[in-house]
Design a protein around this ligand. Sequence first.
Ligand code: GLA
Length: 380
Amino acid sequence: MENQKLIEAYQHRRGNQIPSIARAPGRVNLIGDHTDYNDGFVMPMAIDREIKIAFTPRTDGKLCLFSIDFQEEFSMDLSSFEKGESHWGEYIKGIAWALQERGYSLKGWQGVMSGNIPKGAGLSSSAALELVAAVVFSRVSRFPWAPKEMALLAQKAENQWVGVNCGIMDQLISAAGEKDHALFMDCRNLETQSVPMPKGTAVIVMDTGTRRGLVDSAYNERREQCERASFFFNVPALRDVSMQTFQDSCESMDELIKKRARHVIGENQRVILAVEAMKKNQASELGKFLYESHVSLRDDFEVSSEALNLLVEIAMKDDACYGARMTGAGFGGCAVAVVKDHEAQAFMDRISSAFRIKASHSGEFYLCQAMDGAGVIEQC
Ligand code: GLA
C-alpha cells in the first residue's frame, strides 16, 4: 500500500494525527537452505514485498493495531499479557515479550498495518511482522535500532512465544537487508557481507501456489536428524564438518542421517562458491550452484515437492534461466530463478503458461528487487 493511502487509513480509523511509518521486508533465499540452524552459511535478499505500519505513540501502555488485510483489530496491555490462540497478534505479543525480557521498557502505540507478502509462501511474512513491530517499539520507546540484536529477539519470539523452531536467517535478512544486494551470512557469528547480483541478471520468485500443512513437524524432524549427524561427528554443529571429513568417516552412518548431513555440508560449500561466482560476475556458475542446491534439497534433504520440482525443471529448460531452485523451508511455496534481466518478463510469461498446463493450476511470478532491511520510512 502506498504511504499516503496508509496514512489516510490511519487517520480514518484513529483520528487526525500524522503517523510515522515503519516497514519490514520479506525475503527470498538465493542459496543455503537448512544450513542456518546448523551454524552454517546462507545468502538471502530482502525483497520489495513488505509489511508497513502507520503508528503514533500512546501514553497508557496499550497497543492497538488494525490489520487492513485481515480487517481485524488487535489490542494488548503491555503491562500484562498472556499467550493466546494462534493469530497474527501472537507475533506482536511475542516481540513485546522478547524485548521486555531483554530489559527494554516499552511504551504503547496505535497503528494500522498492511502488507503484500503472500502468506505461507515461504517469503517470511512472519519475520517481517516481528521486525516491523520491533521497529515501532524501538521508535516509540526510544531505544536504538540494532539490526542483529532485533533479529535475535525476533527469532526468540518466534521460537519461544509462537512456538516455531526456526533458525536466524529470515529475521536477520528482514532486519539487515541491503538494497541491490544479497547478504552472505555466517549464522554462527551473524557476520554479514553484502554481495551484488551479477550484472545483467534478475531474480524471479516463482510461487507454486501450493501450501503444505506439515512443514513444522517435518522441519523439526530435519533439525533433529542434523543434530544426530553432528553428534556422530562429535562437533557442535554440522558447520564444523568438511566434505573431506564427511567422506572419510561417513561409512558407518545411518543412511538417512548420512543424506541429511551430505546436504548441509555440501550446501555450505555451495554458498561460498556462489558468493565467489557473484563477485566475479559469473552468472552461469551461480546458476549451476543453484540447481545443485535444488537437487540436494530434493534428493538428500527431501524437502522439495512435486510442484516445486516441476517448476524448477521448467525454468531450467528456458534459455533465459541461469539457474533455479526451491527456496526456504520447502514442501511447497516458492522456487527462485536467476535469469537474464532483459528477458525477465518473457521468462515469467513462458514459465507461467508451461506450469499452468503441466500442473493444472496457476503459479505466481514476481520480479524481485533487493531492498534495505526494516526501518522507519516517514516521520512526523
Ligand atoms: C525457514 C526457517 C529458516 C530456515 C529455512 C530453511 O524459512 O525460518 O530459519 O531454516 O526455513 O533454510
